[in-house]
Design a protein around this ligand. Structure first.
Ligand SMILES: Cc1cc2nc3c(=O)[nH]c(=O)nc-3n(C[C@H](O)[C@H](O)[C@H](O)COP(=O)(O)OP(=O)(O)OC[C@H]3O[C@@H](n4cnc5c(N)ncnc54)[C@H](O)[C@@H]3O)c2cc1C
Length: 551
């Protein structure tokens, strides 16, 4: 039986685009399948903030950050905390990925036209000792043009392959089976879904018009994770985090359904680390949702007071932006699925960035004038819109009214105005000196010694109750599903492995489906900005390996 292509790629997100671009440039014939319509090309990466993890970059050096491959590897190990036998390949992928991020990654992307915003962000600051979780230094580089700016060069390369007659794009093709006719998996089966005009990001119909079967020498699975499928998230919820919260927002569109992972398992592929996930604790309900249960993540600066549902301050070092999973772990122990930021107008203006390309029209639209305008015009427009319309925001000029409105919002009456005032006042007494007993206050002062934070990210220290700092603001924070850290186990050539540890002949995986490489390159936690780069690195690896192997 003749082959329809050399390689079939399942999933036209960033990982699938990176793999397809490599295959086409190696002269291989590719069919790229996706269940969504063409307008959704690029998958999650389109919606992303475009944050990229680079090590010892010129941007860092210009911001007077001294970074090194050794420091980054120390941070990665402290953050990943690899501790399982199945971490063999993830750990090897991690080492290769840190080398990539410290080496050719930036030049490779720049050679494709990618530009980077000059101020480097400091995500996951940790707050433990040198060997613990977190980035010792700022490493979060924002793509000029955010997610769409990152997708652009890879889409361009794939479309060049289409123009050369090497790549065929087939949308509305939903893969439901991987089959073998000989020793290797060589057949992809599924349903052709009815045409859909659903705008990008919205759910498209799953009604099938017909079935299909396509043959190729190899298949690359780049179908993404499980974050849009709350049933799967709940089924795989890690025991160490107790029972999953009753209410969760979705940080990803519905197509992140995880079903293709089950299809690959059925064919003999091995899933590992499925209980490792990366969900955010600073999710707010999108007042203008694109997808079902659409939540937006606040990328917070370090100054907001973080309180649990009962008004207790979160323990040290669970400050905003320090330890995502440590915070989730703590929240799950409180017995409530939400927490609060309490802050001032002055803090929201400088410290609230909303993750997502559509929430940052200035960066996405590459407008220097609008980006500079952030410094002049108070809170960015999208943040102001949430303050006006967002279901989770309370704004008041005094603590008593703030507490009352917080209680009205939840209907639970857990916030006591006097306790809240005591927590705020105690913190405010600590802020007057450039040194303090309060670790969060010390961290704020420390952050402002980093030029980037001082310029655009961390408000000058002030009392929350200072009337000049503007009204008080409380923001209810929900749990937001986002990334799968586990996935299909792959070797360093992105070949999917079976339970016996041997490659599943003909099958490769990359991107979130492969836990961004190996089946869990991040271990338990991430240093951030590592997901998009993980798609590029593992997608490129899979494309190059399959191109070589199909000869
Ligand atoms: C709002 C937001 C902000 C983010 N910000 C950042 C950031 O700043 N930095 C960072 O590193 N990461 C970020 N991420 C994460 C990152 O964008 C994703 O992890 C990454 O894009 C996943 O890419 P992927 O190619 O593996 O999968 P996806 O983008 O999910 O693409 C998978 C594709 O496969 C298709 N598919 C699935 N199953 C099938 C099937 N059975 N048949 C056919 N097709 C199928 C889907 O329709 C989809 O198009 C963000 C994500 C979001 C949503």
């Amino acid at each position: 039986m003749a082959y329809d292509a050399d390689v079939i790629v399942v999933g036209a997100g960033l990982a699938g685009l990176a793999a397809t671009a490599e295959l086409a440039e190696a002269g291989r014939r590719v069919i790229l399948l996706d269940q969504e319509p063409e307008q959704a090309l690029g998958g999650q990466a389109h919606w992303s903030f475009g944050g990229l993890f680079f090590v010892d970059s010129p941007e860092q050096r210009r911001m007077r950050v001294k970074d090194s491959r050794e420091l980054a590897w120390q941070d990665w190990l402290g953050t990943a905390a690899f501790d399982r036998p199945e971490d063999h390949w993830p750990r090897r992928w991690a080492e290769a990925y840190v080398d990539f991020a410290a080496g050719e990654k930036r030049a490779w992307l720049r050679s494709q036209g990618l530009k980077i915003f000059p101020v480097v962000g400091w995500a996951e600051r940790g707050g433990y000792d040198a060997g613990g979780h977190g980035n010792s230094v700022p490493r979060f580089h924002i793509t000029w043009g955010t997610g769409p700016g990152l997708v652009e060069p890879f889409e361009r390369r794939v479309r060049a392959g289409v123009a050369r007659g090497l790549v065929e794009l087939r949308f509305r093709h939903r893969v439901t089976g991987l089959e073998r006719t000989g020793g290797a998996v060589d057949t992809v089966t599924g349903e052709v879904l009815v045409p859909s005009a659903a705008p990008r990001g919205t759910a498209s119909s799953r009604e099938a018009a017909e079935t299909f079967a396509l043959r190729a020498q190899a298949v690359i699975v780049t179908s993404g994770g499980i974050g849009g499928n709350h049933e799967l998230v709940r089924a795989n919820w890690p025991e160490r985090l107790g029972t999953p919260p009753e209410k969760m927002l979705s940080g990803v569109p519905a197509h992140v359904d995880g079903l293709m992972l089950g299809v690959t398992e059925q064919a003999g592929g091995r899933m590992i680390n499925r209980d490792r996930m990366w969900h955010y604790t600073e999710g707010i309900e999108n007042w203008n949702p694109i997808w079902h249960r659409h939540g937006i993540r606040i990328l917070p600066g370090p100054s907001s007071l973080w309180l649990d549902a009962t008004g207790e301050r979160l323990p040290v070092p669970l400050f905003p932006g320090f330890d995502t999973l440590g915070t989730l772990d703590h929240i799950m122990r409180t017995g409530h699925g939400y927490t609060w930021f309490v802050l001032s107008q002055k803090i929201i203006e400088k410290e609230f960035t909303l993750s997502g390309s559509e929430q940052n029209p200035d960066l996405t639209g590459r407008s220097v004038r609008d980006v500079l305008g952030r410094a002049r015009h108070g809170a960015p427009g999208p943040v102001r819109a949430f303050m006006e319309h967002g279901a989770d925001f309370v704004i008041e000029s005094d603590v008593t009214a703030l507490a009352r409105r917080m209680n009205e919002l939840t209907g639970e009456g857990l916030i006591d105005a006097d306790t809240l005032r005591r927590a705020i006042t105690a913190r405010d007494r600590e802020i007057r000196n450039p040194f303090a007993k309060d670790s969060q206050v010390t961290a704020i002062h420390g952050a402002r010694r980093y030029l980037g934070d001082r310029l655009i990210r961390v408000a000058s220290p002030h009392r929350l109750l200072d009337p000049a700092a503007g009204p008080l603001i409380a923001v209810r924070l929900n749990i937001l599903t986002r990334k799968s850290l586990g996935g299909l186990e792959t070797d360093l050539s992105s070949r999917v492995l079976t339970d016996s540890g041997d490659p599943l002949p003909g099958v490769y995986a990359a991107g979130e489906a492969a836990g961004f490489g190996g089946g869990g390159v991040h271990g338990y936690r991430s240093l951030e900005g590592t997901f998009l780069g993980g798609c590029l690195f593992s997608g490129r690896t899979a494309g190059r390996a399959a191109a070589r192997d199909v000869g």
